[in-house]
Design a protein around this ligand. Structure first.
Ligand code: ADP
Length: 320
């Protein structure tokens, strides 16, 4: 059993990271293990921004979005020298195991660190994009999709009043998960994602004829990786002659108080991660599959790419 572990959040922040950190900290303390918080992800590990936490350090954070530990992107960590420095700082504090909460990039960094040092590493998938291989759940994705849904509902009101087409650009540079889930749940007419081909000319033709037949409004959800919402909105407006407005949701999608699902699952995963790392288990990522906690090999997770379920793409088309 390890005597001392650390936890960090890295990459893009996501709602529920705090709940996961809290669970890691409180589980360690419950088990009689010392626990350190590393501020600002890998950057803080390199800069020795590492502090011991107690149970009260994580009071009043389960309901907050973002991450109280801070997060950062660190170029230095991508170098071997940077990772070496980070490892030395861990050793200096007597830290024997590490829980990393972050997206695909952060977990890739963790896998590289694991190859260099003899320190158990356990990852938790923390990203709104839901694009970590091996788990159908990532911490923060549910809250983000609900934020987008709320925006779609509001934009629908104004779209229907003015007989407009509304194009909503949402996050997802390589993954259309957020767009697809929010699009289906929000009753969007079109969901454009990087994983599926679409023909804008055909879409414009369809929109024009459906407005002629009396349609009052249309919602088009665009994942940023499928194209620029502004550009797509401009083309749709020009080709259909219908009043088209674009809304780029931006960073609002990352924020907000985490949903029940994100709080609960982050808490469950945080406990599992802490217990695993304390017992010396290494190179695993904990996630959920079909409602059950699963442990995924860290290297498998970072070496594979999660794909969007084609059934969802089909369903969005059927229901449009
Ligand atoms: P996310 O974890 O949300 O996918 P990033 O891709 O920005 O976010 O990764 C966060 C951090 O993880 C990076 O700033 C870097 O320090 C580290 N990281 C990402 N990719 C690598 C890599 N290939 N090698 C080493 N470290 C990496």
């Amino acid at each position: 059993m390890l005597k001392s572990i650390a936890v960090l959040t890295s990459g893009g922040d996501s709602p529920g990271m705090n709940a996961a950190t809290r669970a890691v900290v409180r589980t360690a303390i419950y088990e009689g293990v010392r626990v350190f918080g590393i501020n600002n992800g890998y950057q803080g590990m390199i800069q020795d921004d590492i502090h011991e936490l107690n149970s009260r350090s994580v009071s009043d954070i389960i309901q907050r979005g973002g991450t109280f530990l801070g997060t950062a992107r660190s170029e230095e960590f991508k170098t071997e020298a940077g990772r070496q420095k980070a490892l030395e700082n861990l050793r200096k504090h007597g830290i024997e195991g590490l829980v990393i909460i972050g997206g695909d990039g952060s977990l890739t960094g963790g896998a590289l660190l694991s190859k260099m040092g003899n320190i158990p590493i356990v990852g938790l998938p923390g990203t709104i994009d839901n694009d970590v291989w091996g788990t159908d759940y990532t911490i923060g994705a549910d809250t983000a999709v609900n934020t987008i849904l709320d925006a779609i509902n509001k934009l629908r009101d104004t779209a229907s009043s003015h007989r407009r087409i509304i194009v909503i650009e949402v996050m997802g540079r390589t993954s259309g998960w957020l767009a697809m889930m929010a699009g289906i749940a929000g009753g969007a007419e079109y969901v454009l994602v990087p994983e599926a081909k679409f023909n804008l000319d055909e879409i414009c033709k369809d929109l024009k004829s459906s407005y002629k037949d009396g349609r009052r409004y249309s919602i088009v959800v665009v994942a940023e990786g499928a194209g620029s919402g502004i550009e797509i909105g401009k083309i749709i407006g020009e080709k259909t002659g219908i009043d088209t407005r674009v809304s780029v949701l931006g960073h609002i999608q990352r924020g907000g108080s985490p949903s029940v699902e994100d709080r609960l699952k982050a808490s469950i995963l945080g406990e599992r991660a802490a217990l695993a790392v304390i017992s010396g288990i290494s190179n695993v990522v904990f996630g959920f599959n079909a409602g059950k906690v699963v442990s995924i090999d860290l290297f498998d997770s970072v070496n594979n790419t999660k794909t969007l379920d084609p059934e969802l793409v089909r369903l969005a088309r059927v229901l449009a």
